[in-house]
Design a protein around this ligand. Structure first.
Ligand code: NAD
Length: 355
């Protein structure tokens, strides 16, 4: 990933959650100043950093050496398959061995997996310890590090156990994206495109430019602003927050059908967004799928639904966003405006067969 250009420091975005405020800083080179940024806000006696086996050799030392107080760490194996309760338990043991108390600080340094696990550990260890998120993937920077959703997977499904727990501080440094593999970067871009379609078409304009990576900090800023605004209205995911699932209903279905190995999450969301657009057209709205497909392809993402439609429908029905006999589908009828649309299962079945 070639990240050129730099964005100047600017005022943090703030998110007022029910249990307290979350401040989100987005600045190039911020990882190198993260220790100071944290000590301006927290007064811990010690800090514990959780990261994964890929991120640790890249950035753990850079962060750890900025503290003069005791620093301990847990390095978990990289990968979604480790987003489990057993990993959280390992973190609890490390926290106790390090002598961490409720006054201390836990830092999540990594992608969405590290962020979700560490957030859950911070929410539950001693009934809650201060948390700072330092997201290192594009997906984590534009989405998972903001908003306070934490959790782990069970055999029965993803994210089935968790807590809402706002990080007091989120430090986003776009420069760390330079070490991301291209496919992982493209995964995050699917979420970026999602934000453009659900709330701000200017984002689509920005990422359509050939040099958009030079301005990725600005793109991240615009996306985080949307996430912040949505979460501020619906922190506990009972209504509006559902619009963040544009592309995720069919996306989750194809991800599941591919046993979570055939497609990455971002690839599945890209395919899911195109399917949602086609579904809108089937309902009689304007067909907005062509420009979406062009953009996704430009960004290196797939767009075609290849799975059996019947299988997709059944996978989709077992998804947790189904209420009674209707499925809440997120539709975009004009770029920048998403609608939560309940669709009868039977009607949805007909649409899916036609996709
Ligand atoms: N909490 C939320 O609101 C929320 C929202 C969306 C997704 N999620 C969760 O996020 C997870 C996916 O997150 P992800 O896509 O970041 O995956 P991930 O955390 O598995 O990271 C992807 C890969 O990139 C590596 N990596 C991370 N930063 C790197 C860097 N700077 N350079 C090189 N390699 C790096 C990781 O080690 C990993 O191998 C899923 O578990 C999903 O459920 C949570």
């Amino acid at each position: 990933m070639d990240i050129k250009g730099a964005i100047p420091p600017r005022e943090p975005l703030t998110l007022q959650g029910a249990a307290g405020i979350s401040e989100i800083y987005i600045e190039t080179g911020l990882l190198g100043r993260a220790g100071k940024a944290m000590l301006d806000v927290f007064s811990p006696s010690r800090v514990h950093i959780v990261t994964d086996s890929t991120v640790a050799p890249l950035y753990l030392e850079t962060l750890a050496q900025q503290f003069t107080l005791p620093v301990s760490s847990t390095v978990i194996p990289a990968g979604e398959e480790h987003k489990r309760l057993s990993t959280v338990e390992g973190i609890y043991h490390d926290l106790l061995a390090a002598g961490m108390t409720r006054k201390d600080l836990i830092i999540a340094l990594g992608g969405g997996v590290v962020g979700d696990i560490t957030g859950f550990a911070a929410a539950t260890f001693l009934r809650g310890v201060s948390l700072c998120q330092i997201p290192t993937t594009l997906l984590a920077q534009v989405d998972s590090s903001v908003g306070g959703k934490t959790g782990v997977d069970l055999d029965e499904g993803k994210n089935l156990v968790g807590a809402f727990y706002q990080p007091r501080l989120v430090l986003i440094d776009p420069e760390v994206l330079k070490t991301l593999p291209d496919t992982t970067f493209a995964d995050g871009m699917a979420e970026v495109v999602k934000y453009g379609y659900i709330a701000n078409p200017a984002i689509l304009e920005m990422v359509s430019q050939p040099d958009y990576k030079a301005h990725i900090g600005d793109v991240i800023y615009e996306c985080v602003k949307i996430k912040r605004d949505v979460v501020a209205i619906d922190e506990h995911d009972t209504g509006l927050r559902m619009i963040l699932n544009f592309g995720h209903t069919v996306g989750h279905a194809v991800e599941k059908l591919g046993n979570y190995t055939e497609l990455t999450h971002g690839q599945a969301v890209a395919i899911g967004m195109v399917a949602a657009m086609r579904l809108s057209a089937l309902r009689g709205d304007a067909d907005l799928s062509a420009p979406l497909i062009t953009l996704l392809q430009q960004l290196g993402l797939p767009t075609e639904l290849t799975h059996d439609r019947e299988a997709i429908f059944h996978a989709l029905l077992s998804d947790k966003k189904k209420f009674g006999s209707t499925v809440n589908f997120i539709l975009v009828r004009e770029p920048g405006r998403a609608e939560i649309t309940p669709i009868e299962a039977e009607t949805l079945h007909e649409y899916i067969l036609k996709l």
